[in-house]
Design a protein around this ligand. Structure first.
Ligand code: 6PG
Length: 253
């Protein structure tokens, strides 16, 4: 229904709790490797969406080490982002810069396989441009990009990607990419929208640290008001949803 987000539940749903951030990064790297092998075998290319923030840093670094460095066919992987801050690519707050420094440059990923959101552009223009990139990249999906794997982070307020509580992009059910004004941060963000995230084959939500435990518990235990937390609406209808938590983030489960 127009404007309504589907109540669809994921094809498969799992929560895994790891002892600490290092084990969390290892488990996420294993998931990356498994999804990459599946995507490359099935389609010759693995299209993965990287999340921003600080949590995935350890995952990205782990992927540049053995056995992943030599066992994954990095030339067959196309990299995208869940969201971006509206800053230039060299800015210290850029999600692209963080991934470039920790993953893409160390693995010498060719530039033509990296599809960054242009945070330096006017937000609406950048969102429209990224939607065009997705359209060109996913011709066979009849316009709805079906990523092989989407990594998501979680904010203590329950936001994910740049889908923040009370912001306009939450209700976006047509555009694939939104320019989203986040009043609580007094800044614009670029973000994939729910229809794209929820079309993915695999979605992995990563949460680490005690400060995320409240949002994790509210969402996973469906506590009163949980649907106000944007991450609760991540439900890949025909894909798998895996929450990877460290012990601290799972403390209230
Ligand atoms: C961003 C992210 C955002 C992030 C969460 C968690 O651009 O900030 O995409 O959704 O995943 O805010 O951030 P931390 O990993 O830094 O806690």
């Amino acid at each position: 229904m127009e404007g309504e987000l589907p109540e669809s539940s994921p094809a498969s749903f799992e929560v895994r709790v790891l002892p600490d951030p290092e084990a969390l990064a290892e488990e996420a790297a294993r998931e990356f490797a498994a999804a990459a092998a599946e995507g490359i075998a099935a389609r010759g290319v693995f299209r993965v969406v990287l999340s921003g923030g600080s949590t995935p840093r350890a995952l990205y670094r782990r992927l540049t080490q053995q056995p992943y460095r030599d066992s994954i066919d990095w030339r067959r992987i196309h990299f995208f982002w869940t969201d971006e801050r509206c800053v230039p690519p060299e800015h210290e707050r850029s999600n692209y810069r963080m991934a470039k420094e920790t993953l893409l440059a160390p693995l010498q990923v060719p530039g033509e396989n990296v599809f960054r959101m242009r945070g330096e552009e006017e937000p609406r223009q950048a969102a429209a441009e990224y939607a065009e990139i997705l359209k060109a990249e996913f011709v066979s999906d009849r316009g709805m990009p079906r990523f092989d794997l989407v990594f998501l982070g979680l904010g203590s307020d329950g936001h994910t990607a740049s889908l923040f509580p009370g912001t306009k992009a939450l209700g976006e059910t047509k555009s694939r990419v939104a320019a989203n004004y986040v009043a609580q941060l007094r800044e614009w963000r670029l973000t994939l929208t729910y229809p794209v995230v929820n079309a993915a084959r695999h979605v992995v939500c990563l949460a680490s640290g005690e400060e995320k435990s409240g949002a994790v518990a509210k969402i996973l235990k469906k506590e009163r008001g949980y649907r106000q937390l944007p991450a609760s609406l991540v439900r890949p209808g025909t894909g798998s949803l895996l929450w990877l938590l460290d012990h601290a983030a799972a403390a209230l489960l």
